[in-house]
Design a protein around this ligand. Sequence first.
Ligand code: 13P
Ligand code: SF4
Length: 332
Amino acid sequence: MDQPARPPIPPGVDLEDEIDRLRRERNAVILAHYYQDEEIQDLADFLGDSLQLAQAARDTEADVIVFCGVHFMAETAKVLNPTRTVVIPDLEAGCSLAAGCPADRFQAWKARHPGAVTVSYVNCSAAVKAESDLICTSSNAERIVAAIPEDRTILFAPDRNLGRYLIRKTGRSMELWPGSCIVHETFSLKKLLALKERHPDAEVIAHPECEEPVLEVADFIGSTSALLARTKASPAETFIVATEPGILARMRAESPQKTFVPAPPEGTCACNECPYMKLTTLEKLYLSLRDLSPVVDVPEPLRSAALRPIERMLAITEGRAATFDDAVALVG
Ligand code: 13P
Ligand code: SF4
């Protein structure tokens, strides 16, 4: 995706002051995911996991949504709230899960399983959402799968690790798309076990995108917001955290007396950091507000098609529908 050419930032500009001024001038809301750098999280009007950010985008009355996260999140915001201008500081902020599930291959996979209910993890393109029956996020996935009638075959894309975890939790059999997250697949079990020996009282907490062997040794598994809540509610004083380390800033801010140790990746790389999330910088955030660009757009009729499974998800999650069939009756 090409980034637009733009005038440079004038020397001496106080970026944080300018971001504040521009967000008021533009009636903009800054939404940020927990994996963003701390300086971006500190500036956000709303911080959350994928589900919370989608709900915040749907409910905002601001004219502009600045999405400090990755592209599929900004796209979901646009699908839910099409009259707002949605901008993302860097258009290259993708996601390995979304990239590994092109819509044409997803469609062909679906065609090989007629009659199945297709559940797609929100980490996918609007084109894949448009071809799905239901969307889920890591915080509502169990509830979404449990809402599907027992006699229906389920296809789950694109994260096979979350899929395997859901099979274990719900007892449902599902066909899994063979995708994974380049960040969560890098944690080293060997190093994690060595860390556990050094911190015998530590609780291991993990995101369900981690590989199965890591999930097997985890004491608690959940979405980013569930992991954050766990660190506050648990009596443990030390946590080994198997997810993107951007969330450690929030964990430390909300429980300053506790110790947080990031789970180490294989080798010596920093590959437990999401390279896409880390594309957001203060400079790019400032420019996206100043220029209202790059814009994230989802043209019709793709938007309406992608909206349907998202609305079904929200209806089940928010208690307006108990089952998949109820959600279809309510939303279409
Ligand atoms: P959450 O919905 O748990 O915030 O996860 C988003 C994500 O991309 C994890 O890698
Ligand atoms: Fe995608 Fe993984 Fe980055 Fe989450 S951490 S946005 S799943 S690449």
